[in-house]
Design a protein. Structure first.
Lengths: 54, 337
């Protein structure tokens, strides 16, 4: 969040499209992580099983 | 349906957070008996939990995935070979300290965000998003298990809202919209500015969707509260020390993201008297500050880390620190408050 915020602020200050793209992709990535996190946290079905190293 | 939505909101608020996440989980009230996931990407984990310990074993490592929610989408692209490669690299470095939790919720998302910040639009976003989907989902499952062990009476333990295709599609739709914005040079800077602020929720009556400033403030509060109230008999390690003061401004004893030092000048500049964007900063600071108490409230308003083991407490701090520095807010029902 800190890095995404700073990148986006920098993009606005400099009116820099390339930096803005970085910030927006980072924000999108955060959405993916967070929504999946909530899905896992609130899923009470079944036994909790984590990945393993094979 | 409204009552179900309300329950989700109350639960999310009381336990993990005031404010993140999808906003249409009520679209399909019937949970699937099993995930209608894309089966070609799923394997069944064996019962063993052994961690490869030799160099040879590490080089041959793979990650065996239990079922996880995933439906057809062009926004995520499964990359099991990449996952295995990351795991092999992690195991080679971690040695005896290796654990799936440290890899999946700690090291891997840092690697992914490093790549995003280094390569931007050139990064293979769909593969990186798949890795983050795994990290987030199993991170949530992990925390649920830890809470169940430490606080079996917690509200969360008796609540279940299994993933649905509708909620998955909603997430992918919002992510896809960001990728579309990246393709338009004439509006992308304005989109970056808009991302800093809360957005109206498409669902009438629902709270706004938190923007980056709100989410950062929330995460700071979440992290500081965990640090301030460790489990009885456990002290937070100095490696988790952090000082936060100003807009998007925390300093970490052990920062993980490679891009953060590169942003130090921006961090100092926007928080100085000579800020080059005083208007923007003045708009964002109240948003960030208002969110911090909500983040603290997650762990001071009924939920706590009491009963967590040292290992689990440290793991939660890793996730919290990395979330504040790069990833999104740690807990909660996202777009709900």
């Amino acid at each position: 969040m800190q890095a995404t915020g700073l990148v986006n602020v920098r993009a606005v200050i400099d009116d820099d499209p390339e930096r803005a793209k970085v910030g927006i992709i980072a924000e999108a990535a955060q959405i993916v992580w967070l929504d999946a996190y909530i899905a896992g946290l609130t899923n009470g079905e079944g036994t909790i099983e984590l990945p393993t190293f094979g | 349906m409204a009552r179900r939505t309300a329950l989700v909101v109350v639960l999310v608020l009381s336990l993990v957070a005031a404010g993140c996440g999808g906003n249409d989980n009520d679209a399909d009230p019937t949970p699937p008996s099993t995930f209608a996931a894309v089966t070609t990407t799923m394997t069944t984990a064996p019962t063993t939990t052994a961690v490869p310990t030799t160099t040879e074993e590490a080089a041959m490592a793979s990650v065996l995935l239990p079922d996880y929610p995933r439906w057809e989408t062009e926004t995520l692209s499964a990359a099991p070979e990449r996952l295995d490669s990351l795991a092999a690299g992690y195991l080679a470095d971690a040695g005896d300290e290796a654990s799936m939790e440290r890899f999946l919720f700690g090291q891997m998302p840092v690697v992914v965000f490093d790549e995003i910040f280094a390569e931007g639009a050139e990064a293979d976003a769909e593969e990186l998003f798949w890795l983050l989907h795994l990290s987030g989902y199993f991170g949530g499952r992990w925390l649920r298990g830890e809470i169940a062990d430490a606080q079996p009476e917690a509200l969360l333990v008796g609540f279940s809202d299994p993933p649905t295709e509708a909620s998955f599609v909603d997430t992918m739709t919002r992510v896809s919209a960001r990728l579309v914005a990246v393709d338009d040079d004439t509006t992308v800077v304005e989109a970056a500015r808009a991302a800093l602020f809360d957005r109206p929720n498409s669902i009438e009556g629902e709270a706004p969707i938190p923007g980056v400033a709100d989410s950062f403030g929330y995460n700071v509060g979440y992290m500081l509260e965990i640090l301030a109230t460790p489990p009885e008999g456990v002290d937070a390690s100095p490696r988790f020390d952090v000082t936060c003061d100003g807009l998007f401004s925390c300093s970490y004893a052990s920062p993980k993201l490679a891009v953060l030092p590169q942003l130090a000048d921006t961090q100092a500049e926007i928080n100085s008297a000579e800020s080059s964007a005083p208007g923007l900063v003045a708009e964002l600071v109240p948003v960030q500050n208002a969110a911090e108490p909500r983040g603290r409230g997650v762990w001071s308003g009924g939920l706590s880390v009491q009963g967590f083991s040292r290992e689990s407490y440290d793991q939660l701090l890793v996730v919290s620190r990395d979330g504040a520095s790069d990833r999104s807010r740690q807990c909660s029902g996202g777009d709900r408050r």
